[in-house]
Design a protein around this ligand. Structure first.
Ligand SMILES: Cc1ncc(COP(=O)(O)O)c(C=O)c1O
Length: 485
């Protein structure tokens, strides 16, 4: 005989099954019909916002009604990240088994902060970190943890680097410096600021013609700073910049950092898993030499948000920076066999992010995952060919690791401000149209359209359709403006 608690919060088995199926059906229905949906819908009505903000009643509301509200009033006003025509920013396109891994972790509510409380799930986390280590060629003994994302991973690395450099001597914080290119992700700058590097001492070095950090610039900047009595804390290299997909010369910069005894952190948040492919492995081979590497399963490993990871060559540096052992946690000290992930980062209570990685990868097998990364790289290359074949378009940065920058450039229109304005209108019109979503950036100050294809639902027909849509839109915007003037 089972005794159930009298709590109204303790749902019976049949009810849990019914509600769970409703949610599973809703998600499956959504994913299966993505192609027929817009990629993004903006314009959440003010009245809906007010209704959502209403405080909860004292009395219950049926799950059916609540789910219905979410599905009709809330969810439509968002980008469909896993959509085949979502080619903006850095798309998140999780597989369904990886989503189920997330639900399992949430449903069981594993506490992955300390070893003795969740040995099984923690062993899965160690396992997936070991996969990553092997994939990017870091040495045996490398350790780390799964994080909320790339920003968390980079911050964790920079805090560890800081502790290794100055320990508890806060009087030296004002002398710290950090180096990255003008293409580095904002996460690197923010991490430096949070770690206490004075903002004026974050050296944003100009990138070369291919948007890569120059090793010689790093060397010179470090030498100048040392001569001025400053303390070079870390160099952050990008292994796949967000703007163009460029990969910094990892080996050359690793040589500089080794000679200078300066921490080398690689932001491989989006590009890192390309190491699974043959061409990516070649491009990213220097990752194995870094002191720390951030790489995000929630980007190119088809795992749902939030899932980043940090690998550190000497994991003891993480422990030295983060470990605290309060009296109330002595019962769960890690012991000989396991590790407490709470000692390696800022989170004590943390979910088991490893389950979604493990399920998502194992369910399909590595060949399928690798194949999809390769296919996405091919799509961006194909998009570049199509752009080059269109007289109205021009490539502003060639396809690299799934990213392509391009713009509308009508013959004879050479005024920089007018070209920027035209492309801003095209970008806005594409978003408003809702069939495709691309995004924009600036390269050396010039406004450019940018596409990023990482998802596995995108087809060559989608790539062709996108370029046709941009040409249509560009012709319309050019024609409209010419008629107006
Ligand atoms: C290269 C790179 N680094 C870091 C980040 C930040 O990652 P997250 O948004 O997961 O914190 C991103 C995000 O797109 C990125 O592209």
């Amino acid at each position: 005989m089972t005794t159930r608690s009298p709590s109204p919060l303790d749902l019976d088995h049949a009810t849990m099954q019914r509600l769970g199926r409703q949610v599973a059906d809703a998600v499956a229905g959504h994913l299966a019909s993505l192609r027929d949906q817009r990629v993004i819908t903006n314009g959440l009505p003010a009245a809906t916002r007010q209704r959502i903000a209403a405080p909860p009643d004292e009395t219950p509301v049926s799950f059916d009604a609540l789910l219905q509200t979410l599905q009709t009033e809330v969810f439509p006003f968002a980008a469909r990240e896993p959509h085949p025509r979502f080619m903006a920013y850095v798309p998140g396109c999780p597989t369904f088994p990886a989503v189920l891994g997330d639900w399992l972790a949430t449903g069981y509510n594993f506490f992955a902060g300390v070893w003795p409380i969740a040995e099984g799930p923690n062993a899965v986390e160690l396992a997936v970190l070991e996969w990553f280590r092997q994939w990017i060629g870091m040495p045996v003994g490398t350790g780390g943890l799964l994080t909320n994302g790339g920003s968390g991973a980079t911050l964790t690395a920079i805090i560890a680097a800081r502790h290794a450099a100055v320990g508890d001597d806060v009087s030296r914080l004002t002398r710290l410096t950090l180096y990255a290119s003008d293409q580095a992700h904002s996460a690197a700058l923010r991490a430096a600021w949070i770690a206490g590097v004075p903002r004026s001492q974050v050296r944003v070095l100009p990138s070369d013609a291919d948007y890569r950090l120059r090793a010689s610039d790093v060397q010179r900047a470090i030498a100048d700073d040392r001569a001025a009595g400053l303390i070079p804390l870390a160099v952050v290299v990008s292994a796949g910049t967000t703007n163009t997909g460029a990969v910094d010369p990892l080996d050359e910069i690793a040589d500089v950092c080794a000679a200078e005894r300066t921490w080398l952190h690689a932001d491989a948040a989006y590009g890192g898993f390309a190491a699974l492919t043959e061409r990516g492995a070649h491009l990213l081979s220097g990752l194995g030499r870094c002191d720390s590497v951030a790489l995000d399963p929630h980007k190119w490993l088809f795992v749902p948000f939030e899932c980043g990871s940090l690998l550190v060559r000497e994991p003891e540096t993480l422990r030295a920076a983060f470990q605290v052992l309060p009296d109330y946690l002595r019962d769960v000290a890690a012991g000989q066999d396991g590790i407490n992930f709470a000692d390696y980062g800022e989170q004590l209570t943390r979910q088991s992010r490893a389950l979604k990685v493990w399920l998502g990868v194992k369910y399909f097998g590595l060949a399928a995952i690798r194949g999809e990364i390769d296919r996405a790289i091919d799509h961006a290359t194909y998009a570049e060919q199509l752009v080059r074949s269109q007289p109205l378009l021009e490539v502003t940065s060639p396809a690299q690791l799934g990213v392509l920058c391009f713009r509308v450039h009508p013959a004879g229109m050479d005024d920089a401000a007018a070209l920027d304005a035209l492309n801003e209108r095209v970008n806005a019109a594409m978003s408003a149209d809702g069939r495709y979503l691309i995004s924009s950036t600036r390269l050396r100050g010039t406004f450019t359209l940018r596409l990023c294809i990482l998802g596995f639902r995108t087809t060559t027909a989608d790539v062709e359709g996108l370029i046709e849509a941009v040409v249509e839109c560009g012709s319309r915007e050019t024609g409209d403006r010419r008629r107006e003037t």
